[in-house]
Design a protein around this ligand. Structure first.
Ligand code: SF4
Length: 211
């Protein structure tokens, strides 16, 4: 897809979803990192249910690094894959203390060295947390980008690279939120609402992209 068409689609989506932003609740960088790690294969709503008590028990990196694993698991056991996430969060906090002076790193490659943090999570932390260009590709972004023809990619990493080639870095973060909102509300996995879709005219409708 041409850069021009891609940006036309994004302009229409921006007008359709003027309040597109993360739905995760957080007050600081530490809370954002924890919430994003918990949100893998889980809804933001479900994450928001467990984080108030979690942040009360473990308000910072230091307390998380010293957390009792069983207690940590109990606090997040309503979130999918909670055992692995508890283990990863504690291990990530220990590494942040030991290697990064207790500060969450602001470099993409450094974030990728932390357990439980892949490209998607690192991109969210970089863009939402640090205000730097980042384009996280989750299941909604992967589906919408490839159905519309904004990308033609099998993997989220390829989709990320292709989207970045056509979109100005200052718009990467917003693109992430717009495609998520569109994927949740109109371009749904099972029944995309093409009849009422505001970008239908520009969409290639590659509907084999079902996920
Ligand atoms: S036209 Fe259909 S496939 Fe294309 S973005 Fe809209 S809902 Fe998705």
């Amino acid at each position: 897809m041409t850069r021009r068409k891609t940006n036309t689609i994004l302009q229409i989506l921006a007008a359709t979803y003027p309040d597109a932003s993360t739905r995760l609740h957080y007050d600081n960088l530490y809370q954002l990192m924890v919430a994003v790690v918990l949100s893998a294969q889980c809804t933001d709503e479900q994450v928001n249910k467990v984080t108030p008590a979690l942040f009360k028990h473990y308000p910072d990196i230091n307390s998380l690094a010293n957390a009792d694993l069983n207690e940590l698991e109990k606090l997040i056991n309503r979130v999918g894959l909670f055992r692995a996430k508890a283990k990863n969060l504690k291990a990530a906090a220990i590494i942040i203390q030991e290697r990064f002076n207790g500060q969450i790193p602001d470099q993409f490659e450094d974030l990728l060295t932390l357990p439980g943090i892949g490209r998607k999570t690192a991109n969210v932390i970089i863009s939402v947390g640090f205000g730097k260009p980042g384009l996280a590709v989750d299941t909604h972004v992967q589906r919408v980008a490839n159905r519309t023809g904004m990308a033609r990619a099998k993997t989220p990493h390829q989709t990320e690279v292709q989207l970045k080639q056509n979109i100005d870095p200052k718009d990467w973060n917003q693109t992430h939120h717009l495609l998520i909102f569109h994927g949740r509300q109109i371009c749904k996995a099972r029944n995309p609402l093409c009849d009422v879709c505001p970008i239908e005219k520009y969409c290639e409708k590659n509907l084999e992209m079902n996920k």
